[in-house]
Design a protein around this ligand. Sequence first.
Ligand code: NI
Length: 154
Amino acid sequence: MSQAKSKIRMRHRHIRDRKELERIGVSLEKELLNGFDALIAGQGYQSRSEAIRDLLRRRLSAEQLSNPKAKVIAAVHLVYNHHSTRLMEKLTDLQHRHLLETICTTHVHLDAHDCLEIIVLKGRAGEIKKMAEKMLSTKGVKLGKVNFVYSGGS
Ligand code: NI
């Protein structure tokens, strides 16, 4: 089979596998639509449909992630001074005590004193939030942020 033909076949299969789409009509004020168009053009969207789909997904995901019982994946970012005594030990202790699944950790040496640690965790949103707050308030941690990135449901 020629490469072109196999490409076409793949594209067709892709379309068939896609979830059924429904068309909806939305009425918007001209000004609101202009603002939206300018925003999504700046973000590189090729179509309004894709931009609206992403907007809806983000909103639905935020709703799920706000439930403390939702099962989530989160990334905790910590910038800390590695000279701080027993800091890493304390952070590891916290991870064990909260019985969250640590998927992976990444360590970056930022300069002579500071390190960045990214800890990817799996567990209940509320539990992760509590642990992240404790990590961020640990002495020696200069900056920190927790990003809830994915919800696998409740
Ligand atoms: Ni380091």
